[in-house]
Design a protein around this ligand. Sequence first.
Ligand SMILES: *Cc1c(COP(=O)(O)O)cnc(C)c1O
Length: 400
Amino acid sequence: MEIYFDNAATTPVSQTARDAMMVALTEEYGNPSSLHHKGRTANERLEEARASIAKDLNADPGEIYFTSGGSEADNWAITQAAELGARRGKKHIISTVFEHHAVLHTLKKLQKQGFEVTLLPVHEDGLVRVEEVKAALREDTALVTIMYANNEVGTIQPIPEIGALCRARRIPFHTDAVQAVGHIPVDVKADQIDYLSLSGHKFHGPKGVGVLYCRRGMYLTNFIEGGAQERGKRGGTEALPNIMGMAAALHESVEHMDENIKKVTALRNKLIEGLRPIPASYVNGDLNHRVPGNVSMCFEGVEGESLLLRLDLAGICGSSGSACTSGSLEPSHVLLSIGLPVEVAHGSLRLSLSEWNTEAEVDEVLKQLPEIVYSLRQMSPVWEDMLAEGKVRNVVMEEN
Ligand SMILES: *Cc1c(COP(=O)(O)O)cnc(C)c1O
């Protein structure tokens, strides 16, 4: 049995998205900028996709800009807000310690260019506090950028409250909503968001395509110089197959959102309840403010990488930390940010489910995983020392 529980890293492409892509890959291959009928048809498809995505976010089509993915949208939103801020003498940016690296590394670059960056802490529950955002706002704040849902622990941040706070002070607000869009309701108007990033491949669309939403009237600089595509702000022939696939996948997710949330939450809860009895195991982050598919746990005395390899041998795909940090032996910056000690963060496992997963798959993981943890601990000198020194806390982090 092959079990794919790594949907926060990427998702398989849905049949609906594949069908939409196939249209652009075969009959409607025109360049949307061409004036002949092939071009005009392609342009119609492009604008249909834009309108469909706008509708699914409660935005206007004129507020949607296609990008190569979530990372590009993050880079674009943040660098342009910085550019505008600098022109107005505002060189302060507020974000959080547990953002995706597409945000953190962009901020680091800006720091080198003289920007002051306040990275707010994240609490043990995996949540940012609105009062702390409020307290950090300054006269010279050019941008607040805080993710909608975290990619490792799955916690959903108080975005509508932060949006209202920024709107009242007329401070631009960007959110990396890559882990939220398609999974939980996101409404850019109700949430008072100025800039939002999303990515096609996190909700059963193709890779290499995303969106930057920019609220009408908000400033947006050119990101790629070239042709007149994306209102002249991002040159380059549009990736029509990807764009059509993404629009179809998003619409399907939004249409089935209620039932998907119900199904995935039930699977997730079953998985967590089944894993809780493992001694010295912890669930990371708040269980109520969490995207439906996320299970993030730590197992003391176990090495996350070994755990992944053993799961992989059993046909189970999971993740330790995010895909971007795994491969290095550094524990995840996200898990450290919510206060986990380094040695505990090393034993982390993220299983991320989608509506394509089944109860039989959850049962199989519940059969395999406890045995793997037990056998790894048998071989672990760290675990032996912990037992000998009475350091193993046979408790599970309390949920609220
Ligand atoms: C996956 C992800 C990204 C990057 O999106 P790409 O389309 O892969 O560039 C950015 N932010 C978060 C929170 C993500 O999970």
